[in-house]
Design a protein around this ligand. Sequence first.
Ligand code: IMP
Length: 200
Amino acid sequence: MKISEIVMATNNPNKLREAQEIFAPLGITVISQKEAGAIVEPEENGRTFAENALIKAHAVYDLLKCPVLADDSGLCVDALRGAPGVHSARYAPKGQECRKLLHAMQNVPEEQRTAKFVTVVAFLDVDGREILCEGVCPGAIGFAESGTNGFGYDPIFLYQGKSFAEFSSEEKNAVSHRGEALQKLYKILKERNLSYHADK
Ligand code: IMP
């Protein structure tokens, strides 16, 4: 079936906007779970990004039985052996995550401050069939916060010398972990919608 609308299992307006911008050229509208009337907040108790993305997608799909998109993402810091990883959202109270991470990294020299953002996107089609796509964005942790755009760890995540909070949303979409995972899904859904037209 041709996909024209996807419900995104998130209440995060930044994530929603990123997905809306990416799928607009396909004629696919992305709406939030709240707009679709799905009021759920499942416990993200998976051990991997993929497990958590599927938990969120299934929670909304079970209510609406329509195409659903969910993502789970986080920041993996090499000097902290991959932490905060899947625990990124719960690492510190909202708004304090950068300060806490900078403190944990205060004695780590520049060359050991490598990190990556990871996203796994889970898509369920109207029949509940799963597609998983991963995106990775390598970078480093800065020594101070800079920039005012974005959210979460953006002010301390350096990508090619600039923090993600200094990127516009279009610039970030073009290189980010979520952008990469969503672009992979975009390609798969584009093929599907094209083959739907070909079948007609
Ligand atoms: P979740 O994917 O909504 O479970 O959230 C993971 C957490 O990782 C978020 O609360 C943010 O703190 C962080 N995070 C995920 N993606 C980004 C990003 O693009 N920029 C900054 N922080 C992010």
